[in-house]
Design a binder for this molecule. Structure first.
Ligand code: HEM
Length: 455
């Protein structure tokens, strides 16, 4: 329905370029929060701009979040670069009943009951990684190490790429290499010219898709021979449910992007904040040592152990507030909408920065301070203000998987090692658009003399 309401205030900037370059430049020097603050000081909480050559509105604050997570006239939107690298049939792209169906297929492997079954496998992966990449070393680049870890946890848990045969190891290596490249292209301008970084990402995407296609063939053969069941893993489940191969590939590619760098960023920045906040560090170590004390050497963590890690998860949530791996959420209007006294036409994008609530001193006093106590009782956090996993029907279905993985990893890191920022590493970071610390966040480590800890 057409209304007479005005468009939001703002500017579309220069043709084609709009505000894309200036916003991305700000992200690259970790000034995204300031960029939005300045924009909103000029134009107010509801404003317009041009992002990737598309009219875009910002609906800042809790009411804006609530609106985009609950309005029937708003749907998901993927950047053009993501769509070309990952595909156009991912759970994030499809809508309505199709979205519900694909999401339910994926959720079956991500809800708490499924995550319970992953704990032992995650435990083994974390120990294996710490033995291979931390033990005996004096310095560790945390982000690359966490990326390797979360990639392997995802392959083992979600995709059941076993550790027991060299073929699976080879597939892991191919996928890991291609995704390191792919992730660099998430929000670049999709210019497929020779030697652009985007063309390298597209080439990586093609190789990654071939590897995923190989996994599908192998899983289909097993299913047909009765050697596997749809309940075994998400790929076999999608095959059994009759999803076309191209859709399965798109979804596996999407899950691989969604599941590993985000959690790697959370773990890296949690380690960074614990280094800088000794009080929180001591509390968290105390909690983990109490759990370790009750375990036999080499006994894996259990689901019950995880339920005792309240302070650790509060510290992780505080990290997600301060450095959300996903800086802003993108949506699209499917109809004209009205919000805050303005009209936002059908087909516009909505760009929702998390920082407008995460860093609002009225919601989180002294927002720059790392204070896990804010999340010890989450019922006091006002609704729609803490949105690292998004919200509404498209809220991240991997939040429980990420929680379990984070708790298991932190347990072994803090009970087995001490760390401090390495000389010459300043702990700063940039966004591409995921946060990446300078030098990968380099730390000096020493092994703890742990009589009480397992592993
Ligand atoms: C700390 C880790 C993670 C963060 C911060 C995160 C954040 C997000 C955000 C902000 C969204 C968009 C939500 C929206 O549009 O409202 C999202 C979507 C999604 N995430 Fe995550 N995520 C994380 C881990 C994971 C993991 C481990 C998985 C899978 C194992 C996963 C799978 C997905 C999927 C499938 C979607 C699309 C959901 C849909 O469109 O219905 N994420 N995530």
């Amino acid at each position: 329905k057409k209304t007479k309401l005005p468009l939001p205030p703002g500017s579309f900037g220069l043709p084609i370029i709009g505000q894309t370059l200036s916003y991305h430049r700000a992200l690259n020097v970790n000034a995204g929060e300031d960029w939005f603050r300045r924009w909103m000081t000029t134009y107010g909480p509801v404003s317009r701009l041009s992002y990737f050559n598309t009219p875009t509105a910002i609906l800042a604050g809790a009411s804006g979040n609530k609106f985009i997570f609950s309005s029937a006239a708003v749907t998901a939107k993927t950047t053009a670069s993501m769509a070309r690298m990952i595909g156009r049939r991912t759970v994030q792209d499809v809508v309505g009943d199709e979205h519900r169906r694909v999401r339910a297929l994926i959720l079956r492997f991500l809800q708490p009951d499924a995550c319970k079954r992953y704990v032992a496998g995650m435990d083994a992966e974390v120990r294996r990684h710490l033995d291979a990449q931390w033990k005996g070393r004096t310095t560790v680049a945390v982000m690359p190490a966490m990326k390797d870890l979360t990639f392997d946890v995802m392959c083992t848990g979600l995709f059941r790429l076993g550790r027991d045969d060299s073929e699976n190891d080879a597939i892991r290596r191919v996928l890991s290499t291609e995704f390191q490249q792919l992730v660099k292209g998430i929000s670049v301008v999709p210019l497929n010219l020779p030697f652009t970084s985007f063309s390298k990402c597209l080439a990586a995407s093609r190789r990654g898709r071939r590897a995923v296609s190989g996994i599908i063939e192998e899983r289909r053969a097993k299913l047909e021979k009765g050697q596997s069941s749809p309940a075994d893993d998400v790929v076999t489940h999608m095959i059994a449910e009759g999803l076309p191969d191209e859709d399965i590939i798109d979804n596996v590619m999407f899950l691989m992007i969604a599941a590993h760098d985000t959690t790697a960023a959370l773990l890296t920045f949690l380690i960074r904040y614990l280094d800088a906040n000794r009080d929180a560090y001591e509390k968290l170590v105390y909690e983990q040592e109490e759990i370790a004390r009750c375990k036999a050497p080499d006994e894996a963590l259990s689901w019950e152990d995880l339920s005792k890690m309240r302070y650790t998860w509060a510290a992780a949530q505080e990290t997600l507030r301060l450095v959300p791996p996903v800086f802003s959420i993108l949506r699209e209007t499917t109809d004209d909408i009205e919000f805050g006294g303005y009209r936002i036409p059908k087909g516009w994008q909505l760009l929702q920065p998390t920082s407008t609530t995460h860093w609002d001193p009225k919601i989180f006093p002294e927002p720059g301070r790392f204070d896990p106590a804010r999340f010890m009782d989450t019922s006091v956090v006002p609704p729609f203000c803490f949105i690292p996993f998004g919200g509404g029907p498209r809220m991240c279905p991997g939040n429980e998987f990420a929680r379990v993985e984070t708790l298991v990893a932190v347990h072994y890191i803090v009970t087995r090692f001490r760390w401090k920022l390495a000389p010459g590493c300043d702990g700063s970071y940039a966004r591409f658009p995921l946060p990446y610390p300078s030098q990968g966040f380099l730390i000096d480590i020493e092994t703890r003399n742990h009589q009480t800890t397992n592993g």
